[in-house]
Design a protein around this ligand. Structure first.
Ligand code: 8YV
Length: 328
């Protein structure tokens, strides 16, 4: 029997490619070329499955060109690149890569919070530019992390990881808002108190965004929300571009409506709003919150495990939908 044909849409670890090659007839992209949606669809048109990453859009338009496609395994916990309804309707299973990146991403959220509140990159640029000539009492004076109020918007696994770091490691008061409230045991474990969104915005000294992106969460933080925040507050986005209105945020940073922001994700990334590049009080990183070698390997391995299990007729490990596979 011939092996299922799989497209690996982006470059990944050679050992993961080698493992997939034992099971599948692979088309890879180890040069990591950037494909347009049409180029992706063309390469997928004769495939039985796909290994995708967060930037590979799978929607009705793509699916219409892929009659053999049965599964897309995303090497990401977020899956806003998938149109799940269209995939289900087309009989295509979707899987993501949860859990394996939770602690690494929570570490990074905290790192970005600390870099932002303590103005680490801004001060490094100053030093590298040869501008450090003397000590002064208010040079790069930022805001405290220990003892401050940590606000978390989106209290899934990563949000809980950040809450625990803040509450247990830094003695922070943790408040959160989420679509659904955590049960009492989980709230106690995270030492986190549930508040409404407006109270969260008004009260947090440091606000971390960890909610998934969808049409409903588009521009959850815009000018009106920024106007509610403390002028001393910092805002951290490690969730998805589009949750924050980047133009409104750049304006708020410029006028010091809020003190600072730390952003790992951007609307329309890898493009970054030009105004964000010119304001000093923002720490900018290129979507690297899950980027440690062991975690990226675990994410890629989980995507591969999903593909292998599926084509061996076993239940996928981390399914996102339940298409009627029988129709193919
Ligand atoms: C990925 C992420 O690096 O898992 C996610 O949802 O945002 C990141 O960890 C990115 O999406 C690449 O797939």
């Amino acid at each position: 029997m011939s092996k299922p044909k799989i497209l690996v849409a982006r470059a990944v670890f050679p050992e993961v490619i080698a493992r997939l090659e034992q099971h599948f007839d692979l088309q890879t992209n180890q040069n990591d070329d950037s494909w347009s949606k049409a180029e992706l669809a063309e390469r997928l048109s004769d495939k039985d499955g796909a290994f995708t990453t967060g930037g590979d859009r799978i929607d009705a338009e793509v699916l219409a060109q892929c009659p053999r496609l049965k599964i897309c395994a995303n090497m990401a916990v977020g899956y806003n690149n998938f149109d799940l309804d269209a995939m289900t309707a087309a009989g295509v299973l979707a899987t993501n890569a949860p859990d394996v990146l939770t602690e690494t991403t929570a570490d990074f959220g905290f790192a970005l919070l600390m870099a932002t509140a303590r103005r680490i990159t801004e001060s490094e640029h100053f030093l590298r530019a040869g501008q450090w000539t003397k000590w002064s009492y208010d040079m790069f004076a930022g805001s405290d992390i220990h003892g401050a109020t940590l606000g978390i918007l989106g209290m899934g696994r990563i949000g809980q990881g950040i809450a625990k770091r803040g509450a247990h490691g830094f003695g922070m008061k943790v408040i959160y808002h989420n679509r659904s409230r955590l049960d009492a045991a989980l709230e106690a474990e995270c030492k986190a108190g549930y508040v409404g969104k407006e109270e969260l915005l008004r009260t947090a000294d440091h606000l971390v965004l960890v909610l998934p992106y969808s049409a409903a969460s588009h521009h959850t933080i815009g000018a009106a929300e920024l106007a509610l925040m403390k002028p001393t507050a910092t805002l951290i986005n490690i969730a998805r571009g589009g949750i924050v209105d980047d133009a409104a945020l750049a304006a708020a940073l410029k006028t010091r409506r809020i003190a600072a922001a730390g952003l790992d994700v951007f609307e329309g990334e890898p493009a970054v709003h030009p105004d964000l590049l010119t304001v000093p009080n923002v720490v900018l990183t290129p979507h690297i919150a899950s980027a440690t070698v062991p975690t990226r390997l675990a994410m890629a391995s989980l995507a591969a495990d999903n593909l292998i299990a599926f084509f061996e007729g076993k239940p996928p490990l981390t399914p996102l939908n339940q298409p009627l596979q029988a129709i193919k």
